[in-house]
Design a protein. Structure first.
Length: 224
């Protein structure tokens, strides 16, 4: 991997298509909520890529190996395809909402949602600092151990906690209440991913079963 690479070809294609999809759906480039969201998203993603390139290149390589084609299990390939579909819906529906005026989100709430997007990326940073094996795919590698410190002392899947926060903040940040529909539709897919990942970790990662008994919440502290 070249040191200058921060995203894979697959990730770049997904991001590019999603941005284009938003503005094509909106029918205009004069969509400040969409512009602000995607600027924050891309700057935050790049910041994490630079951080990993400097501090943990091996983890960056694991994060770059992403997408349905990178998954080892057929079930996970399906889950990731569904996840990708929902992400595209999250990108498109706010654009359509902007074009047709289906709903209105006050500017203050839009800005608050953008701050939640930043908060989600901060959670990602804490997760990646705590766990060098936080790959984009479900795979137990040689030398991998159970991580129970940092955010992993609070919930078993803190990366998905950040993802859930982003899932629901994303459409609001782009000024759309209707965009919450694909967010809710994506939630069962996220839960299926968590169950599948836990089954693999319990079977393949020594000590993970005991960790699950110690840290009882999977995603949201005090809830689930």
């Amino acid at each position: 991997m070249k040191k200058s690479v921060l995203t894979s070809a697959f990730q770049t294609a997904v991001l590019t298509f999603s941005v284009v999809l938003t503005f094509v759906a909106a029918g205009t480039i004069h969509f400040w909520q969409g512009s602000l969201f995607w600027a924050i998203f891309m700057l935050s993603s790049s910041a994490i890529g630079i951080y990993l390139r400097l501090s943990d290149p091996a983890l960056l390589a694991r994060r770059l190996n992403a997408g349905p084609q990178a998954e080892l299990r057929p079930r996970e390939k399906v889950i990731m395809m569904l996840t990708l579909t929902m992400f595209y819906a999250l990108a498109a529906v706010p654009g359509l909402d902007h074009r047709f005026g289906w709903s209105h989100v006050p500017t203050a709430i839009v800005i608050a949602a953008d701050l939640l997007i930043v908060a989600a990326f901060v959670i990602f940073i804490f997760v990646l600092r705590a766990n060098t094996f936080a790959a984009s795919t479900i795979k137990v590698e040689a030398g991998q151990r159970v991580i129970s410190t940092g955010p992993y002392a609070i919930v078993r899947h803190p990366m998905y906690t950040g993802g859930l926060l982003m899932l629901f903040a994303m459409p609001i940040a782009m000024g759309s209440w209707w965009g919450l529909i694909p967010a809710f539709a994506a939630s069962p897919i996220l839960i299926a991913r968590i169950y599948d990942e836990e089954s693999a970790l319990i079977a393949e990662l020594p000590g993970y079963d005991a960790y699950c008994r110690t840290v009882t919440f999977r995603l949201v502290p005090g809830l689930w």
